[in-house]
Design a protein around this ligand. Structure first.
Ligand code: MN
Length: 300
Protein backbone atom coordinates (compact mmCIF):
# COMPACT_ATOMS: atom_id res chain seq x y z
CA UNK A 1 0.00 0.00 0.00
CA UNK A 2 1.26 3.42 -1.03
CA UNK A 3 0.22 6.12 1.48
CA UNK A 4 -0.64 9.57 0.17
CA UNK A 5 -0.38 12.15 2.95
CA UNK A 6 -2.55 15.30 2.89
CA UNK A 7 -1.51 18.89 2.47
CA UNK A 8 -3.52 21.80 3.87
CA UNK A 9 -5.10 24.00 1.23
CA UNK A 10 -7.28 27.08 1.79
CA UNK A 11 -10.56 26.60 -0.05
CA UNK A 12 -11.35 29.51 -2.35
CA UNK A 13 -13.86 32.13 -1.41
CA UNK A 14 -14.16 35.21 0.70
CA UNK A 15 -13.54 33.46 4.02
CA UNK A 16 -11.15 30.63 3.46
CA UNK A 17 -11.62 27.27 5.12
CA UNK A 18 -8.75 24.82 5.19
CA UNK A 19 -9.11 21.40 3.61
CA UNK A 20 -6.78 18.40 3.57
CA UNK A 21 -5.98 17.44 -0.02
CA UNK A 22 -4.73 13.93 -0.74
CA UNK A 23 -5.38 13.91 -4.50
CA UNK A 24 -3.96 15.00 -6.87
CA UNK A 25 -0.35 14.67 -5.78
CA UNK A 26 2.90 14.80 -7.64
CA UNK A 27 3.18 11.01 -7.57
CA UNK A 28 -0.47 10.27 -8.30
CA UNK A 29 -3.10 12.14 -10.32
CA UNK A 30 -5.97 9.67 -10.38
CA UNK A 31 -7.44 6.65 -8.62
CA UNK A 32 -9.87 5.33 -11.21
CA UNK A 33 -11.64 8.51 -12.33
CA UNK A 34 -11.24 10.06 -8.84
CA UNK A 35 -9.01 13.06 -9.45
CA UNK A 36 -9.59 15.31 -6.47
CA UNK A 37 -9.95 14.37 -2.81
CA UNK A 38 -10.50 17.20 -0.32
CA UNK A 39 -11.29 16.25 3.26
CA UNK A 40 -12.23 18.71 5.98
CA UNK A 41 -13.17 19.00 9.62
CA UNK A 42 -14.61 18.37 12.04
CA UNK A 43 -14.34 22.16 12.22
CA UNK A 44 -16.48 24.37 14.47
CA UNK A 45 -18.26 26.94 12.32
CA UNK A 46 -20.70 29.79 12.83
CA UNK A 47 -22.62 31.96 10.36
CA UNK A 48 -19.52 34.12 9.81
CA UNK A 49 -17.27 31.19 8.90
CA UNK A 50 -17.64 27.74 7.44
CA UNK A 51 -17.96 26.96 3.78
CA UNK A 52 -18.50 30.03 1.62
CA UNK A 53 -17.80 29.20 -2.01
CA UNK A 54 -19.53 31.68 -4.35
CA UNK A 55 -20.51 30.71 -7.92
CA UNK A 56 -17.62 29.23 -9.87
CA UNK A 57 -17.49 27.07 -13.02
CA UNK A 58 -16.60 23.46 -13.72
CA UNK A 59 -16.01 21.47 -16.92
CA UNK A 60 -15.26 17.83 -17.72
CA UNK A 61 -15.94 16.44 -14.25
CA UNK A 62 -18.50 15.36 -11.67
CA UNK A 63 -18.41 16.67 -8.10
CA UNK A 64 -19.30 14.31 -5.29
CA UNK A 65 -20.23 15.90 -1.96
CA UNK A 66 -20.27 13.66 1.12
CA UNK A 67 -20.81 14.97 4.65
CA UNK A 68 -20.27 13.36 8.04
CA UNK A 69 -21.61 16.40 9.94
CA UNK A 70 -23.22 19.70 8.96
CA UNK A 71 -25.28 20.94 6.06
CA UNK A 72 -24.34 22.70 2.82
CA UNK A 73 -26.64 24.55 0.44
CA UNK A 74 -25.99 23.95 -3.25
CA UNK A 75 -27.18 26.06 -6.20
CA UNK A 76 -26.19 25.50 -9.81
CA UNK A 77 -26.71 27.08 -13.20
CA UNK A 78 -28.71 24.07 -14.41
CA UNK A 79 -31.45 25.09 -11.97
CA UNK A 80 -30.76 22.73 -9.07
CA UNK A 81 -31.08 23.96 -5.52
CA UNK A 82 -30.41 21.26 -2.92
CA UNK A 83 -28.98 20.58 0.50
CA UNK A 84 -26.00 18.33 1.13
CA UNK A 85 -26.63 16.36 4.32
CA UNK A 86 -24.73 13.63 6.18
CA UNK A 87 -25.11 10.20 4.62
CA UNK A 88 -26.63 11.58 1.41
CA UNK A 89 -24.60 12.01 -1.75
CA UNK A 90 -24.98 14.98 -4.05
CA UNK A 91 -23.47 14.32 -7.44
CA UNK A 92 -23.20 17.19 -9.89
CA UNK A 93 -22.23 16.45 -13.47
CA UNK A 94 -20.51 19.47 -14.97
CA UNK A 95 -20.18 17.91 -18.41
CA UNK A 96 -19.67 20.65 -20.98
CA UNK A 97 -20.00 23.37 -18.36
CA UNK A 98 -21.84 24.39 -15.20
CA UNK A 99 -21.44 26.84 -12.35
CA UNK A 100 -22.43 26.37 -8.74
CA UNK A 101 -22.13 27.75 -5.22
CA UNK A 102 -21.79 26.00 -1.88
CA UNK A 103 -22.57 27.59 1.47
CA UNK A 104 -22.77 25.92 4.86
CA UNK A 105 -26.21 26.68 6.32
CA UNK A 106 -26.72 29.09 9.26
CA UNK A 107 -27.67 26.23 11.58
CA UNK A 108 -24.44 24.33 10.92
CA UNK A 109 -22.14 24.36 13.96
CA UNK A 110 -19.70 21.67 12.77
CA UNK A 111 -18.53 20.91 9.25
CA UNK A 112 -17.00 17.55 8.50
CA UNK A 113 -16.89 15.79 5.17
CA UNK A 114 -15.28 15.34 1.80
CA UNK A 115 -15.47 17.07 -1.54
CA UNK A 116 -14.46 14.79 -4.38
CA UNK A 117 -14.13 15.10 -8.14
CA UNK A 118 -14.46 12.50 -10.85
CA UNK A 119 -12.91 13.07 -14.27
CA UNK A 120 -15.28 12.35 -17.13
CA UNK A 121 -13.85 10.09 -19.83
CA UNK A 122 -13.30 11.69 -23.21
CA UNK A 123 -16.46 10.25 -24.74
CA UNK A 124 -18.67 11.67 -21.97
CA UNK A 125 -17.13 14.94 -20.99
CA UNK A 126 -19.39 17.10 -23.18
CA UNK A 127 -22.62 15.71 -21.69
CA UNK A 128 -25.28 18.12 -20.47
CA UNK A 129 -24.97 19.32 -16.87
CA UNK A 130 -26.96 17.25 -14.37
CA UNK A 131 -27.50 16.74 -10.66
CA UNK A 132 -28.43 13.67 -8.62
CA UNK A 133 -29.17 13.15 -4.95
CA UNK A 134 -29.14 9.73 -3.31
CA UNK A 135 -29.40 8.61 0.32
CA UNK A 136 -28.07 5.03 0.52
CA UNK A 137 -29.67 2.77 3.10
CA UNK A 138 -26.95 1.68 5.49
CA UNK A 139 -25.92 -1.96 5.31
CA UNK A 140 -24.01 -3.71 8.03
CA UNK A 141 -22.96 -6.71 9.99
CA UNK A 142 -21.06 -7.49 13.16
CA UNK A 143 -19.21 -4.32 14.11
CA UNK A 144 -19.50 -2.52 10.78
CA UNK A 145 -21.83 -0.30 8.79
CA UNK A 146 -21.48 0.92 5.21
CA UNK A 147 -23.17 3.40 2.88
CA UNK A 148 -22.45 2.73 -0.78
CA UNK A 149 -22.97 6.00 -2.66
CA UNK A 150 -21.36 5.07 -6.00
CA UNK A 151 -20.89 1.67 -7.60
CA UNK A 152 -21.06 -1.62 -5.68
CA UNK A 153 -19.53 -2.91 -2.46
CA UNK A 154 -20.44 -5.43 0.25
CA UNK A 155 -23.51 -6.56 -1.69
CA UNK A 156 -25.04 -3.12 -2.17
CA UNK A 157 -25.21 -1.04 -5.36
CA UNK A 158 -25.84 2.67 -5.86
CA UNK A 159 -28.12 3.78 -8.71
CA UNK A 160 -26.22 7.05 -9.22
CA UNK A 161 -24.96 7.70 -12.76
CA UNK A 162 -21.27 7.24 -13.43
CA UNK A 163 -19.41 7.37 -16.73
CA UNK A 164 -16.67 4.88 -15.87
CA UNK A 165 -16.58 1.88 -13.48
CA UNK A 166 -16.40 3.44 -10.01
CA UNK A 167 -16.75 2.87 -6.29
CA UNK A 168 -17.50 5.29 -3.47
CA UNK A 169 -18.55 4.16 0.02
CA UNK A 170 -18.44 5.21 3.67
CA UNK A 171 -17.48 2.52 6.17
CA UNK A 172 -17.67 2.62 9.96
CA UNK A 173 -15.94 -0.10 11.93
CA UNK A 174 -16.23 -0.68 15.68
CA UNK A 175 -13.05 -1.13 17.66
CA UNK A 176 -11.92 -4.74 17.46
CA UNK A 177 -13.66 -5.42 14.13
CA UNK A 178 -11.89 -7.15 11.28
CA UNK A 179 -13.79 -6.94 8.00
CA UNK A 180 -12.78 -8.70 4.79
CA UNK A 181 -14.14 -6.72 1.84
CA UNK A 182 -14.41 -8.32 -1.58
CA UNK A 183 -13.01 -6.03 -4.27
CA UNK A 184 -13.27 -5.87 -8.04
CA UNK A 185 -9.73 -6.86 -9.06
CA UNK A 186 -9.92 -4.68 -12.18
CA UNK A 187 -10.19 -1.61 -9.90
CA UNK A 188 -7.51 0.36 -8.13
CA UNK A 189 -8.61 1.66 -4.72
CA UNK A 190 -8.02 4.43 -2.22
CA UNK A 191 -8.85 4.18 1.48
CA UNK A 192 -9.19 7.57 3.19
CA UNK A 193 -9.07 7.26 6.98
CA UNK A 194 -11.06 10.03 8.65
CA UNK A 195 -10.81 8.96 12.26
CA UNK A 196 -9.87 6.04 14.46
CA UNK A 197 -7.06 3.54 14.19
CA UNK A 198 -7.08 1.27 11.15
CA UNK A 199 -4.88 -1.34 9.55
CA UNK A 200 -5.29 -2.13 5.86
CA UNK A 201 -4.07 -5.66 5.06
CA UNK A 202 -2.20 -5.41 8.35
CA UNK A 203 -0.48 -2.13 7.54
CA UNK A 204 -1.29 0.98 9.62
CA UNK A 205 -2.95 3.85 7.75
CA UNK A 206 -2.49 7.20 9.44
CA UNK A 207 -5.47 9.46 10.05
CA UNK A 208 -6.26 11.71 7.07
CA UNK A 209 -4.03 9.56 4.88
CA UNK A 210 -5.16 8.02 1.60
CA UNK A 211 -3.92 4.45 1.17
CA UNK A 212 -3.57 3.41 -2.47
CA UNK A 213 -4.11 -0.21 -3.51
CA UNK A 214 -3.14 -1.11 -7.05
CA UNK A 215 -5.37 -3.22 -9.34
CA UNK A 216 -5.32 -6.97 -8.88
CA UNK A 217 -6.53 -7.33 -5.30
CA UNK A 218 -9.72 -9.38 -4.94
CA UNK A 219 -10.12 -8.46 -1.28
CA UNK A 220 -8.85 -6.15 1.42
CA UNK A 221 -8.79 -6.84 5.14
CA UNK A 222 -9.70 -3.85 7.32
CA UNK A 223 -8.91 -4.05 11.03
CA UNK A 224 -10.13 -1.33 13.38
CA UNK A 225 -8.04 -1.07 16.55
CA UNK A 226 -10.26 1.86 17.58
CA UNK A 227 -13.62 2.92 16.11
CA UNK A 228 -12.78 3.88 12.53
CA UNK A 229 -14.52 6.02 9.91
CA UNK A 230 -13.25 5.79 6.34
CA UNK A 231 -14.12 6.33 2.72
CA UNK A 232 -13.40 3.63 0.17
CA UNK A 233 -12.87 4.93 -3.36
CA UNK A 234 -12.05 2.97 -6.48
CA UNK A 235 -12.34 2.52 -10.19
CA UNK A 236 -10.70 1.03 -13.23
CA UNK A 237 -7.49 2.89 -14.14
CA UNK A 238 -8.63 5.98 -16.04
CA UNK A 239 -6.25 5.50 -18.96
CA UNK A 240 -6.34 9.11 -20.16
CA UNK A 241 -4.17 12.07 -19.42
CA UNK A 242 -5.95 15.18 -18.21
CA UNK A 243 -5.20 18.84 -17.71
CA UNK A 244 -6.57 20.08 -14.37
CA UNK A 245 -6.44 23.80 -13.68
CA UNK A 246 -8.53 25.81 -11.20
CA UNK A 247 -12.01 24.29 -11.58
CA UNK A 248 -11.62 22.99 -15.09
CA UNK A 249 -10.64 19.64 -16.51
CA UNK A 250 -9.66 19.43 -20.16
CA UNK A 251 -7.21 17.58 -22.34
CA UNK A 252 -4.99 20.42 -23.60
CA UNK A 253 -3.73 23.78 -22.35
CA UNK A 254 -5.61 25.66 -25.08
CA UNK A 255 -8.90 24.02 -24.21
CA UNK A 256 -8.64 25.00 -20.53
CA UNK A 257 -7.54 28.51 -21.48
CA UNK A 258 -10.68 28.76 -23.62
CA UNK A 259 -12.88 27.69 -20.66
CA UNK A 260 -11.27 30.40 -18.57
CA UNK A 261 -11.90 32.99 -21.27
CA UNK A 262 -15.54 31.91 -21.58
CA UNK A 263 -16.09 32.19 -17.81
CA UNK A 264 -14.53 35.67 -17.78
CA UNK A 265 -16.68 36.57 -20.79
CA UNK A 266 -19.78 35.64 -18.78
CA UNK A 267 -18.67 37.76 -15.81
CA UNK A 268 -17.82 40.74 -18.02
CA UNK A 269 -20.83 40.70 -20.35
CA UNK A 270 -23.51 38.76 -18.42
CA UNK A 271 -23.86 36.04 -21.06
CA UNK A 272 -21.82 33.24 -22.57
CA UNK A 273 -22.46 30.28 -24.83
CA UNK A 274 -20.94 27.78 -22.34
CA UNK A 275 -21.56 29.18 -18.87
CA UNK A 276 -24.38 30.83 -16.96
CA UNK A 277 -24.90 31.61 -13.27
CA UNK A 278 -27.10 30.02 -10.58
CA UNK A 279 -30.37 31.87 -10.07
CA UNK A 280 -30.78 34.07 -6.98
CA UNK A 281 -27.33 33.44 -5.58
CA UNK A 282 -26.55 35.73 -2.62
CA UNK A 283 -22.93 36.38 -3.62
CA UNK A 284 -21.14 37.53 -6.78
CA UNK A 285 -19.32 34.92 -8.84
CA UNK A 286 -15.61 34.22 -8.44
CA UNK A 287 -13.36 35.50 -11.21
CA UNK A 288 -10.82 33.02 -12.58
CA UNK A 289 -7.22 33.43 -11.53
CA UNK A 290 -4.63 34.49 -14.11
CA UNK A 291 -3.47 31.71 -16.37
CA UNK A 292 -0.08 30.26 -15.44
CA UNK A 293 2.83 31.51 -17.54
CA UNK A 294 3.99 27.98 -18.24
CA UNK A 295 2.05 25.59 -20.41
CA UNK A 296 -0.33 23.43 -18.35
CA UNK A 297 0.91 19.87 -18.09
CA UNK A 298 -1.13 16.76 -18.85
CA UNK A 299 -1.10 14.24 -16.04
CA UNK A 300 -2.46 10.81 -15.39
MN1 MN B 1 -17.16 23.45 -7.11
Amino acid sequence: MEILTPRDVPLGGIRAMNVRRTLPQRQRTLIGAWCFVDHYGPDPVDPSSGMVVPPHPHTGLQTVSWLFTGEIEHRDSAGHHAMVRPGEVNLMTAGRGISHSEYSTPGTTTLHGAQLWLALPDGSRQVDPAFEHYAPSPIGGGGWEARVFLGSLLGDTSPVTTYSPLLGAELRLRAGTTLTVELDPTYEHGILLDSGVLRVDGKPLERNGLGYLEPGASQVVLTADEDALLLALGGTPFGEQIVMWWNFIGREHEEVAEYRAQWQHLLETGADERFSLPQDDPLPALPAPELPHARMVKRG
